[in-house]
Design a protein around this ligand. Structure first.
Ligand code: SAH
Length: 466
């Protein structure tokens, strides 16, 4: 960046301009928007310059600029459209302490006048360091179109209201209020009933925002799905967009956390299912404390909040604290895992029921109706099954399950590092140990990957043909 953009204070200060032709007119049209005192030096000024002088908008000296004319000026423009004359006046102005611009001579100028989009007090200045004036004009055109023509009055009315808006606490509450005013409501009210309308809408918006502050916070239990951000529900995205505080489990992927509102506080509750690293009581307290001070808390749980998520305990904590709560369901790991192996959780003629099991619960290895599960055709999705693999395998075999029952382990389901391991009940435990799993893994008991089954079928056919 060879030129640094600044907004120079010119209110009540001198700006001098030498020249009386087209170049001078173009610059004067811009300079007349300012509150500076303008002095123009021109032996033969254009009629428009004379008219401005008559109207008291600038001081006109009908002669060439000479020594002493640029004293106390902040800016000086050489706009004579004559290189020798421009160089002469530029030298004078420079010696007298003004910053000098020679029109159409970037090389010898100390500053550039940018292309300007004027919605005073909002000003957008566009510069290309002389590289592409056409581009600057195109950008100016774009911005002119994008900014409401009434932005200037809206901003002035807004500025006068700033003291009253301080009734809202600094930070998000105040930002949201202004965002609503400038985001369309102000312009609409202005279009309908002018300045009065804009002032009226500010009053009403302030009342509404103050009332909202008085409302208690709330908690949304949101399912983050298995990891792929595209598997979030639209509702989950909306909740993340509106959250003040996000309390998330360790399994929630970073990509999903990035979708939270930039100002939201992110708190890691560190849990992986039942394997709590922050005590459940502490999580409940944290959630309640934030909601009580008026925050919108998103309790973000991997998969679906209602599956091995200790949802009921957290709901009970909200109810005990008198807080409103909602549940936004998510895609559970079992759904993502069967999708990964191309199978259904239920299938007509094979299994009309499916069990969601946990390998261990708060009391240790979980007990189940092993005899029922050991029957042919049964299907179960086993969550948190890594450490309990040997236990589960032993119980099932003990209750007569077929050692060849297919088992698929899906690690990091739906994530870029997803891995499918195809094994059978008798080999479950060694397979898991050998696989060296590092990510979350779901064990699908009774299901083999569709592709592997198809391949196995092919081999059977070939062998039969031999
Ligand atoms: N509420 C979650 C489950 C929490 S228990 C849900 O509905 O999915 C945590 C267990 O879920 C992990 O130990 C693992 O077994 C399973 N899990 C979660 N995300 C997974 C993923 N992306 N791939 C495989 N298993 C996953």
């Amino acid at each position: 960046m060879k030129h640094f953009p600044v907004f120079l204070s010119v209110e009540g200060r001198r700006i001098v301009l030498s020249g009386g032709g087209e170049a001078a007119l173009a610059k004067l049209r811009l300079l007349l928007k300012t509150e500076a005192h303008l002095s123009v030096f021109a032996a033969d000024p254009a009629p428009q310059i004379e008219a401005w002088a008559r109207d008291g908008k600038l001081r006109l000296e009908r002669r060439a600029m000479g020594p002493g004319d640029a004293l106390c000026a902040v800016l000086a423009y050489a706009a004579n459209e004559d290189a020798a004359e421009d160089a002469r006046v530029a030298a004078i102005a420079h010696a007298e302490g003004a910053l000098v611009n020679i029109v159409d001579n970037l090389q010898d100028s100390q500053f550039i006048t940018p292309a300007i989009v004027d919605r005073d007090p909002v000003t957008v200045a566009i510069g290309t360091e002389g590289a592409a004036p056409v581009l600057a004009r195109a950008i100016k055109g774009d911005i002119e179109e994008r900014l409401s023509p009434v932005l200037g009055p809206l901003a002035r009315i807004g500025k006068a209201f700033r003291a009253r808006a301080e009734a809202l606490p600094f930070g998000r509450a105040r930002r949201d209020f202004w965002a609503e005013y400038y985001g369309g409501k102000g312009a609409q009210a202005f279009a309908e009933s002018g300045s009065e309308g804009a002032r009226g809408i500010l009053d009403r918006l302030l009342d509404a925002h103050l009332a909202r502050r008085a409302a208690p916070g709330r908690v949304a239990f949101v399912g983050a799905g298995p990891g792929d951000p595209e598997l979030l529900t639209l509702k989950a995205r909306k909740a993340l967009d509106a959250a003040d505080v996000v309390i998330h489990d360790r399994l929630v992927s970073g990509e999903i956390l990035e979708l939270a509102r930039r100002e939201a506080i992110l708190l890691d509750a560190g849990k992986e299912g039942f394997g709590a690293s922050m005590a459940q009581g502490d999580i409940n307290d944290l959630m309640v404390a934030h909601a009580r001070r008026g925050a919108h808390v998103v309790r973000l749980k991997s998969g679906d909040p209602s599956v091995f998520g200790r949802l009921d305990e957290e709901i009970a904590a909200c109810e005990a604290a008198g807080l409103d709560w909602t549940v936004v369901p998510g895609i559970t790991a079992a759904s993502a895992a069967v999708a990964a192996i191309g199978q259904s959780l239920t299938q007509r003629g094979r299994n009309s029921a499916v069990r969601l099991l946990t390998g261990h619960d708060t009391r240790g290895f979980a007990d189940h109706d092993w005899a029922a599960l050991a029957r042919r055709g049964e299907v179960a999705a086993i969550y948190m099954g890594k450490r309990s693999a040997r236990f589960v395998q032993g119980r099932l075999l003990m209750h007569g399950a077929d050692p060849a029952t297919p088992v698929s382990i899906v690690e990091n389901a739906s994530r870029p590092d997803q891995r499918v391991i195809d094994t059978c009940l008798s080999r479950l435990e060694p397979t898991l140990t050998e696989a060296g799993l590092t990510g979350p893994a779901l064990t699908l008991y009774g299901l083999a990957p569709r592709a592997a089954r198809a391949a196995a079928h092919d081999i059977d056919l070939k062998e039969a043909a031999l």
